[in-house]
Structures are given as C-alpha cells and as structure tokens.
Design a protein around this ligand. Sequence first.
Ligand code: DAH
Length: 346
Amino acid sequence: MKDILENIQSISEEFDLSLTNVSNTSEIMDLKVRFLGKKGKVTSLLRLLGSLPAEKRPAAGNAVNELRNTIESIIQEKTLALKNDELRQMELQDLIDVTLPAKSRPSGGFHPVVEATNDVLKIMTGLGFTVVLGPEIEEDYYNFEALNIPPHHPARDMQDTFYFDDGRVLRTHTSPVEVRSMLKYGAPIRIICPGRVYRKDSDPTHSPMFHQLEGLLIDEDISIADLKGCLDVLLDSFFNKELKKRYRASYFPFTEPSLELDIECIACSGSDPGCRICRGSGWLEICGLGMTHPNVLRSGNIDPEKYNGFAWGLGLDRLAMLKYGLNDLRTLFEGNVPYLLSGREA
Ligand code: DAH
C-alpha cells in the first residue's frame, strides 16, 4: 500500500515536471499517452491494485483514480489552451491586410501589326470583302508569271527574291493570292489577303519579312472611283480621320493603269518642315493600286471582256507604325515588348 502511495506521489511529480516542458498539442498528446495510455504509468498502477490485499484495494483504488482524474482534467485543459494558441498563431500568420495594394499582374497585348491587321480586316469585311490566305512558300508561277511579270522583270532579280532550290520562292508580295482566289472562286469576287511577305532587304525602313494586305475586287463595270471609295473608307476609318490623299501615276505589271496613293502626314499634316515621319514633304506613301491587267484576269480564268476590277497592296507594318507612333521598322520584329507597348501608349 505504501508502495502504491509513493508511486502515486512520484508519478504526480513526474507529470507536473513533464507538463512544464510541453509547448504544443502534439507534445501534450505524447504526454497523455505516456501517463494515461494503455501502457501508461497511471494505467500500470491500476493493474498493480489487483496484487493488494482486498481490504486495502478501495483506498488505493480511490487514490489512483484521483490521480488519473486530476491528470485527465489537467491534460484536457492544457490541450484546449494549446489548441487556442495554435489557432491564434495561424490566424496571425495568414492575416490579410486588406488595405495593402493588390499585386499587379503585367497584362499581355497584341503586337501592333496584329492589332493594325485586325482593325483593317474589320473595316474591310464590313464592306463585304472576304478574308483569304495564301502560302508563304509560293510557286514562281503565281508570284510572277500569272501576274504578268515577265521573266526579265527586275522584281525577279536574285537580289530581291529568296529562291528555293526547286524554283519556288518565299512570296515577295501578297499579290499571288489574287490569281489563286480568282481560280478558286471565279467572278464576281471581293477578297482581302493579309500576310507575311519576304524580300532580301534590311535597313531602318526595310525588313526581310514584312506584312502586306492585298485587296481585289472583280465585277462588271468597275471603275477607279470604286477603288478610290474603298481606300477612302479603309484609311479614314483606320486613322479615324478624313485624310487628304493624292494619287500618283505609277507602274505595276499586274495593273493598268497603275497608281500610288499618298496620304497626308499623320504626324504633322504637312505643317512641320522638320517632321521625322514625312521628312517635311507632308505626304506618306501608303499603297500601290490599279485596275487589274487583262492578262491577270486571264491567268485567273476570268473573261476580261465581261469583267474588270481593281487591286491594291498595302504595307501593314507602315500602317501600324504610323498609328502607334513607332519609328524604327526593325524594332517591330525584335520582340522588344516594353518598346512596343510604350510606343503605343505615347
Ligand atoms: N504587289 C505590289 C508590291 O508588293 C503592291 C501592289 C501594287 C499590289 C499594286 C497591287 C496593286 O495589288 O494593284 O509592291
């Protein structure tokens, strides 16, 4: 009996001591197992009771039970307190200061040429034009021959054109899509074709790859006035302004007559002799155009006695640069995102 009472005393002291070292819920669980678990110290004491003489058992039993109850309630209290502490810690860690500024995410954007192209396509589809695409690796025939460009024409010069060994070329303009479309759809036809074109050229105003927009309309009794009306809508809508325009006589093998169109300078409207965009001329060359040559209609299997029409070829990079105030063509293709975006915000 004395043994048991001493045991109770020492277990109680050991428990008190261990408790002072407990600092979290997992440690208190361990402590609980150590004292109250199946093989715990208090549980072993209860087992010892059986070895006592019958008359001593009740008193000893009471004492052990008291110890167990005390330990149980201390553990319960301590567990609760530790749980609360831990919750508060977690709350403090996850505390959100709603007055802090939000993390900003850099937003993406369309490349200026893509944006300009989309704008133009929207305008022209509004006029009933259908968007078509053609191959960038093109047959010599469609790039030159079918467009009334004879074999000795300077545009075929090895200097300008990227040739493949098999005689095919990287298309030098979007015009080959004209004949491809005439053969595919016949007349009447109204198409636009945006796309990449390639020439052996590289300086501040020329890139070996650039973008054009071809337009073609073939029907009965079409005149230059129709062509002029189309380009007026295209350019005035694109720049959001009724622009002054002038047409100059020109030469393209695939049109007759051929013209070039200049628009008033977007930056200075001709008022600044030192303007870096128009170099003081007040005019910007914007596109080649003309009435489709009968030979081109024939290549497209269309009867020039019955149908006529017009075409134009427009530089999309130039349009984008003018609209967004960018000044070096090559930067358009160098992936310098801050430059492209800052130019557009200006
Ligand atoms: N294909 C010509 C070029 O790349 C541009 C052009 C001029 C296209 C007149 C046309 C046109 O359709 O009628 O320089």
